[in-house]
Design a protein around this ligand. Structure first.
Ligand code: DON
Length: 562
């Protein structure tokens, strides 16, 4: 054998064993529930692409993880279609109903009515998940909608075992759900919080999913189903109208794209604040050499950059269909440089020195994220939500649809913090048909040799969690590290660094305090990140689920296709 032919043979062997570098060797799915991940794999095995799998997973999560997302909620689906490199964000965010108004959660004295934007039918925006799954199936999928919805319908009809996480979520919201018989009938059988392991059957929800499978958009937003939804809402004091449902539509938006050093980032654009806040933060950080710093100095710069970007979030960001979001100004290199220069090398900048603003509050979490890569290189990163755990706690009678409480993501009153402690002003005030500002940040990161997909729930902390993941990707780490990282967070107001116990040891805490930081240890771990990575050099694929949650990450080998 000549040397030449020996090299040729070796080359062929390498290709045969590690796959072609321009294509992922395997498909990969990571989501917050093993049955949702399984639904995605089932659809991929049937010849579906990543977009069909996204439809299947979104619908399955509505059934098996109702605490986090569902047909009564909304979300953002970030898509990359490999054949033409199209990158788009499907905006299925809820919209304020037509009868909403800026003062709807205030009393005569202009005080915020406690919990009015959080519990019951009045807390819900017009849902976007049903419209989004129909849209994605029709415009990007390959399989019929009914095929992709089949696993979810099966889970709803036959039932599934309640996880510990769902049991806790139901328990946490049982006071509200017990006030609404249609909610209690499903989630509090015999008036009690169910045990983990108990089987939950959701027949009404199966029928609603079937109606969408049969009739598409019309199976939820028009005709009999719409009448049922509106009647049920109004019966319990809600203000949705038939017109609100008819007028709901998803939008294709350009994602927020930017670079951080030699990495390109594609993330959620307004009405999510995620992409812009991350862009601002990372552009400020480009002015410093993070790699040359010890860990705590690095934390200091990350926190200071976050503080500045979250300040701008509170003032400037909102639904771009209603307000002018000054993206160019916020990302202008001179503005970024000016902000970078205000960071002291060894001292925290008190948030109040950046401009006026009030304070705190933190709360529980739900919402869900999944990431999918298929063997063609198509990818989906999607973050969906009903806002707080179990949304508004209200199920619309006869439909199984648990209504979100996403109205609380609006600025209910100028300068008054919402349930994530986030403050907002005019830009995010309530108006009919407007989408509330979100932090959900499904994200793609790409370097010359690797592509990552990531995202997580966590309210206002979503942005800093994804940002830490991006920095870890930039350091060459794998998804296991991105999802496991001990997390810390700063959001301008309250002016504290929130951190998981493992993030800082005693000595590091002392160092941060000496720089002027107020530290607040999180009383629990937070986030539930689900990430996928494709190594373009080898074609190898990684999938990883956050150990803080109950999710499952799987690789699907092509030979296991039927
Ligand atoms: O859109 C948002 O930013 C929030 N509704 C997300 C809520 C969330 O992540 C809940 N988990 N903490």
């Amino acid at each position: 054998m000549t040397t030449m032919s020996r090299y040729l043979l070796l080359g062929l062997l390498v290709i045969a064993t590690v796959g072609r570098a321009d294509q992922p060797q395997y498909a990969a799915v990571a989501s917050a529930h093993p049955l949702a991940t399984e639904a995605g794999l089932e659809i991929l095995r049937q010849g579906g692409n990543a977009f069909d799998a996204a439809v299947a997973i979104s619908a399955a999560l509505a059934v098996v993880e109702p605490s986090g997302s569902g047909l009564g909620g909304g979300g953002f689906w970030l898509l990359h279609r490999q054949s033409d490199n199209k990158e788009v964000m499907i905006d299925g965010r809820e919209k304020a109903p037509g009868y909403a108004n800026a003062r709807m959660y205030l009393d005569e004295k202009d005080e915020v009515k406690p919990r009015a934007s959080l519990d019951g039918p009045l807390a819900g925006g017009i849902p976007g998940v049903p419209a989004a799954i129909v849209y994605i199936a029709m415009n990007y999928g390959r399989l019929p909608l009914a095929t992709s919805l089949a696993p979810a319908i099966r889970y709803a009809r036959d039932g599934f075992a309640i996880t510990e996480g769902l049991q806790k979520a139901i328990k946490g919201r049982s006071d509200v759900m017990s006030q609404y018989p249609p909610s209690a009938a499903i989630f509090l059988p015999d008036g009690k919080v169910p045990e983990a392991g108990q089987v939950l059957v959701q027949t009404d929800l199966a029928n609603t999913l079937q109606s969408i499978a049969d009739k598409g958009l019309a199976g939820f937003y028009y005709g009999d189903m719409a009448a049922k939804l509106i009647q049920g809402m109004q019966q319990f004091g809600g203000i949705w109208s038939l017109q609100d449902l008819e007028q709901y539509s998803v939008l294709e938006r350009l994602p927020q794209k930017f670079t951080y050093r030699d990495i390109s980032v594609v993330s959620a654009s307004p009405p999510s604040s995620g992409g812009i806040v991350m862009a601002e933060t990372l552009k400020i950080l480009e002015h410093f050499d993070l790699r040359a710093m010890d860990r705590i100095t690095r934390v200091h710069y990350v926190v200071e950059a976050l503080r500045r970007a979250y300040r701008d979030r509170s003032v400037y960001l909102g639904d771009p269909d209603f307000i002018k979001v000054p993206v160019d100004r916020l990302l202008d290199p001179d503005y970024i440089e000016a902000m970078a220069m205000t960071i002291s090398a060894d001292k925290a900048t008190p948030s109040d020195e950046l401009g006026e603003n009030p304070g705190p509050k933190q709360s529980g979490e739900s919402t869900t994220h999944f990431s999918i890569l298929d063997t063609e290189g198509n990818r989906v990163a999607a973050t969906l939500s009903v806002n707080l755990t179990m949304g508004s706690g209200f199920v619309i009678p006869g439909t199984g649809v648990l209504v979100n409480n996403e109205m609380d993501d609006f600025s209910i009153k100028s300068g008054i913090p919402n349930s994530y402690g986030l403050v907002g002003f005019e830009a995010n005030a309530i108006a009919p048909g407007k989408r509330p500002l979100s932090s959900m940040s499904p994200t793609f990161v790409e370097s010359s040799d690797r592509i990552g997909l990531l995202g997580t729930p966590g309210g206002s902390r979503i942005i800093s969690m994804v940002l830490l993941g991006i920095l870890d990707f930039a350091d060459g780490q794998l998804p296991e590290s991105w999802v496991d990282l001990p997390r810390y967070h700063h959001q301008y107001k309250p002016d504290v660094v929130l951190y998981e116990p493992a993030a800082f040891n005693q000595q590091e805490q002392q160092q941060l305090k000496a720089m002027g930081y107020e530290l607040r240890e999180s009383n629990r771990l937070y986030g539930d990140m689900h990430a996928v990575m494709w190594d373009k050099r080898t074609g190898y694929v990684y999938a990883e689920s956050d150990k803080r949650g109950e999710g499952a990450a799987r690789i699907l080998k092509p030979e296991s296709k039927p």
